[in-house]
Design a protein around this ligand. Sequence first.
Ligand SMILES: Nc1nc2c(c(=O)[nH]1)N[C@H]1C(S)=C(S)[C@@H](COP(=O)(O)OP(=O)(O)OC[C@H]3O[C@@H](n4cnc5c(=O)[nH]c(N)nc54)[C@H](O)[C@@H]3O)O[C@H]1N2
Ligand SMILES: Nc1nc2c(c(=O)[nH]1)N[C@H]1C(S)=C(S)[C@@H](COP(=O)(O)OP(=O)(O)OC[C@H]3O[C@@H](n4cnc5c(=O)[nH]c(N)nc54)[C@H](O)[C@@H]3O)O[C@H]1N2
Ligand SMILES: [Mo]
Length: 759
Amino acid sequence: MVTKPPADDPAQDAPVIGPPGRAAAGLPAVAHTVRVAGEQMGAARSLRTLLKVNQKDGFDCPGCAWPEESGKRHRAEFCENGAKAVAEEATLRRVTPEFFAEHPVTELAGRSGYWLGQQGRITEPMYLAEGADHYTPVSWEQAFAVVAEELAALSSPDEAVFYTSGRTSNEAAFLFQLFVREFGTNNLPDCSNMCHESSGSALTETLGVGKGSVSLEDLHRADLIVVAGQNPGTNHPRMLIALEKAKAAGARIISVNPLPEAGLQRFKNPQNPLSLLRGTPLADLFLQIRIGGDQALFRLLNRLIVETEGAVDEEFVREHTHGFEEFAAAARSADWAETLTATGLDRAEIERALELVLASERTVVCWAMGLTQHKHAVATIREVVNFLLLRGAVGRPGAGVCPVRGHSNVQGDRTMGIFERPAPAFLDALEKEFGFAPPRHHGFDVVRSIRALRDGDAKVFFAMGGNFVAASPDTAVTEAALRRARLTVQVSTKLNRSHVVTGRRALILPTLGRTDRDVQSGGRQFVTVEDSMGMVHASRGNLPPASPSLLSEPAIVARLARAVLGSGSGTPWEEFERDYGAIRDRIARVVPGFEDFNTKVARPGGFTLPHAPRDERRFPTATGRANFTAAPVEYPRVPEGRLLLQTLRSHDQYNTTVYGLDDRYRGVRGGRRVVLVHPEDAGRLGLADGAYVDLVGEWRDGVERRAPGFRVVHYPTARGCAAAYYPETNVLVPLDSTADTSNTPASKSVVVRLEPRDD
Ligand SMILES: Nc1nc2c(c(=O)[nH]1)N[C@H]1C(S)=C(S)[C@@H](COP(=O)(O)OP(=O)(O)OC[C@H]3O[C@@H](n4cnc5c(=O)[nH]c(N)nc54)[C@H](O)[C@@H]3O)O[C@H]1N2
Ligand SMILES: Nc1nc2c(c(=O)[nH]1)N[C@H]1C(S)=C(S)[C@@H](COP(=O)(O)OP(=O)(O)OC[C@H]3O[C@@H](n4cnc5c(=O)[nH]c(N)nc54)[C@H](O)[C@@H]3O)O[C@H]1N2
Ligand SMILES: [Mo]
């Protein structure tokens, strides 16, 4: 069913297609930044705000998790898309109680996510009573009483689910997991379950630490950087600066991607006049791989390394690794013909890649969602680890694993204990510090939470940020699951779909964002975040809050905890709300690496967390060594007449937040319902450029999943593959189609047929 947005909803989709961009950033990006920021914030506020982004005395960009330079910072240490993220949050538009009086929830449910997001910052706590069609204002006390009442009515704490998105600060995240565990459950799913969980699973098993092992300096010093399954030009634009630096120092870059992403082809650095003029070509080799072919590619490269005299770092393998023989036997059986089928590459391309690999002493592999969101994602990332271990490229300067994180504090949230499967040592430390017995059995991740809500096994859903309904797979199933809940609660800055697809009762709890000044009774507060490379630093908002009624996330958790746990809790929640330094003192005693937290974070630029493989070539795995693994090679098989669809981000969105309707680097303007298909595939399927189709998912459960009304765009993607934007395509991703081990939805490999529409 197509729910057409009302006529005044600017998300009317009428995409216009031009040639794809050949370079990323440059002056169009600067112009775009100024325009977007001005529209949302006005000129003076834009300047005041943007000059504080990622400065040592400013706030951490709420965009991506890419780290800041450690030395002297550029005055404009942000990118076009970071500026858009800031403008979205620092907007002067407001969603007030009058807005909710005017718009019933049933009407808002017919609006596009773009329209909802454009309405502005939410100003008051709002309550949707059972059977009501309008949210009405509610006091904070009443709101917390509603949550307490519903939680008290559960027959077990495990009937409640507490989701976290990745913008939540370390302080808020630590308090949130503490409250949830005191309440009595480990049901702490987070956006990471849909994101880098596959990286965490693979790296913990093989290296002993589920995080990246390189710093920004390592990237600058690398001989070879492989960027696989990542589109930094859009999603981590400041990474292009690091790649440009590495190139200037002689590094080679290989891009492995089904799409020729503009940022990896050529980059025009607005901070560097010469680069701005000419652009820096970044990728030396572009391997246009078929979706899901990466494990096969790395396995064959590993065979070729093993077979090349002197190519294996034998000393490293002997001293630091486990399982080499078994792995080498599997690698030797890698087959050229099968690899060429799986990858769609030709022999010469793989041989060229091998040359670059063998010429490099210091290799870094960077990756993101193009590797993590497949059925065999964990096996693929383990194969990347095998590749680096063979060359001794872990724990060596200029080399290592670099999973590039998404949300700006998603890595920190996990460090703070937002995890449905916490390590026993973490729970022991919590128990010792706070004197209660945390639950030991594992909780629900995102997919299991949806199943539990669907099946009536969970009845209360509480979200610390994010947009669970739109971000999760299998939209129809997820929406029905949430509608079954007795209560849904969203702690949010902006309106989104999760506020209008609700349980029987619902609450919106509006909160401060990164850019907002945070003043508590103990004075002005700051929070801390951890970037993609394990650097922890302070973030201080400088704008007057969007409304005087907003509470910070730590204050919301502290007051909620008091309402729910009452006098039964020995935790000093009031003190934590008054002074976040008191929270950091407790983090220092519970989380390894945070000793003397308050002192260390006071240093400008913050501090780096220890990382045993990087710092001392120590691998805290089950074997005490870095583990080679030898999983069978997998790749998706697509039936005749079908395509393999990846669901990805346009240049004008931040996950489910749509900033605008253009995808400048891919030549798409004014609409999002497009599907990129190789011209020859389109020809074979009889689909002209500009034809309208329904995307119909085909999965083994036989359920028909349909995303209607997409415009076919002939585009140079890998053969047999297609691409379309998320979240519109989440309706096609089956809930049960997930990665082995990590349970991450396989949203980059969906088998679809394209059905022409008559209208
Ligand atoms: N502006 C902006 N910044 C963001 C975000 C945003 O939405 N907007 N989101 C943030 C978040 S939470 C995250 S996780 C990151 C996401 O950052 P990315 O992972 O870069 O995001 P995607 O758009 O999902 O792009 C996936 C890339 O992988 C490629 N790909 C797809 N399938 C395969 C495959 O099988 N093999 C290979 N080798 N490549 C493949 C796609 O062509 C695409 O280039 O960005 C973060 N930063
Ligand atoms: N098909 C498909 N699905 C995907 C993906 C994909 O590539 N394809 N990617 C997945 C990935 S990588 C991720 S990370 C998830 C993202 O999933 P989420 O993190 O759940 O989604 P976001 O769109 O980032 O959340 C946006 C909302 O967060 C709220 N918000 C913003 N800032 C703050 C803040 O400071 N505090 C609070 N409390 N709220 C705030 C706003 O209300 C905003 O509407 O989606 C996943 N889903
Ligand atoms: Mo993500």
